[in-house]
Design a protein around this ligand. Structure first.
Ligand code: AKB
Length: 338
């Protein structure tokens, strides 16, 4: 008998940390964790098994199919927006070919199991591409179907993988004579910038908020790479984990979309700075905008409309801006660094 597991790729990343900790504390879930980097020691004991390996390694993925019954996949592995711009072709391989490998694995598992495998995919506000700052300021809350003209490789990859998810769910091998109706159940969330109190992001362009907070708490100087008036939607990590878990549990018949926006609050960089400086009055933070990275952030929406998620699966964040800082971020970073 193959062991029933939940597969988490990119397990050592920020969302992986939150997800594995949640499963370990709240649910009897056997986790098969995969990452190209070693998994942090405190997470290893929470997993059934950790494999250090690459999602581009098809032999490795083939062995997983043979050994485990994978009921749900949280495919978190990806190269984020800033890092992707330094090597777009490598990013494409990891973000697109890697996802394709996992989708294929999911279909194979579904065929063995005789029922669809759930595939949870973190997409991003990077799929949006607003043409200029005037349009961004005038657009308000962006719905899922508009301004999907990304300007980054990462954004292109995420948007395309959403489409691959749709294809594998609804149209895979649609002309085959032996067409197998059992496929995958793809569900994606377009995350805003994420802020965790226990990990710091690497390689993203929304990283200025979490970086500002963690540098201030550590007593390290921080040069913020965007203008003070820059505005993006954000969410704290516990709400990101909650969103993934709630979408996973949602009744399929209630889901009118395969892809959903979620958000919580959307401070300007100046507002974020004001809160951080109040909590850490000696923090050494200055604004030194990097024109290229600023250009990317300026194409992302100032806010998103997450009403479809609210209607279809009852989405509501636990943390608004005030609660996020007062009850999660500030107490946790102070305990961690001070
Ligand atoms: C990034 O900045 O690349 C990510 C994202 C917005 O998806 N945090």
């Amino acid at each position: 008998m193959r062991k029933e597991v939940v597969l988490i790729t990119g397990a050592n990343g920020e969302i992986g940390h939150g997800l594995i900790s949640h499963f370990a504390e709240n649910e009897k879930t056997h986790i098969l964790a995969l990452d190209v980097m070693p998994l942090d020691d405190d997470l290893r004991s929470k997993c059934e098994r950790f494999i250090q390996g690459d999602i581009l390694d098809q032999m490795l993925l083939g062995r997983l199919v043979a050994e485990y019954e994978i009921r749900t996949i949280y495919h978190l592995a990806s190269i984020l927006s800033t890092k992707a711009e330094y090597n777009p072709e490598t990013a494409h391989r990891v973000n697109v070919e890697g996802t394709l490998n996992l989708l294929r694995l999911a279909v194979e598992q579904a065929t063995w199991q005789g029922k669809p495998v759930k595939f949870l995919y973190p997409s991003s506000i990077a799929v949006y591409g607003l043409p200029d700052i005037a349009t961004k300021n005038a657009s308000g809350k962006i719905k899922e179907e508009i301004w999907c003209q990304p300007t980054t490789m990462y954004g292109c990859n995420k948007l395309y993988c959403e489409q691959l998810g749709r294809y594998y769910t609804k149209y895979y091998r649609q002309l085959a004579a032996d067409k197998n109706p059992i496929g995958i159940d793809f569900r994606a969330i377009r995350f805003p910038g994420l802020i965790s109190a226990v990990t710091t992001p690497t390689g993203g362009t929304s990283d200025y908020c979490p970086e500002m907070l963690h540098h201030a708490a550590m007593g390290k100087e921080y040069r913020c790479f965007v203008r003070p008036d820059t505005q993006l939607p954000f969410m704290v990590m516990p709400d990101a984990i909650k969103a993934l878990l709630e979408l996973e549990k949602a009744d399929q018949s209630n889901l009118s979309n395969l892809v959903y926006n979620v958000t919580s609050f959307n401070p300007s960089a100046q507002e974020f700075y004001d809160i951080v400086i109040k909590a850490f009055p000696n923090a050494d933070i200055t604004f030194e905008p990097d024109i290229a990275r600023q250009g990317i952030v300026d194409t992302w929406p100032a806010d998103v409309d997450d009403s479809a998620a609210t209607t279809d699966w009852g989405w509501r964040p636990d943390f608004d801006q005030e609660r996020a800082f007062n009850e999660y971020l500030l107490p946790a970073v102070k305990e961690r660094y001070l």
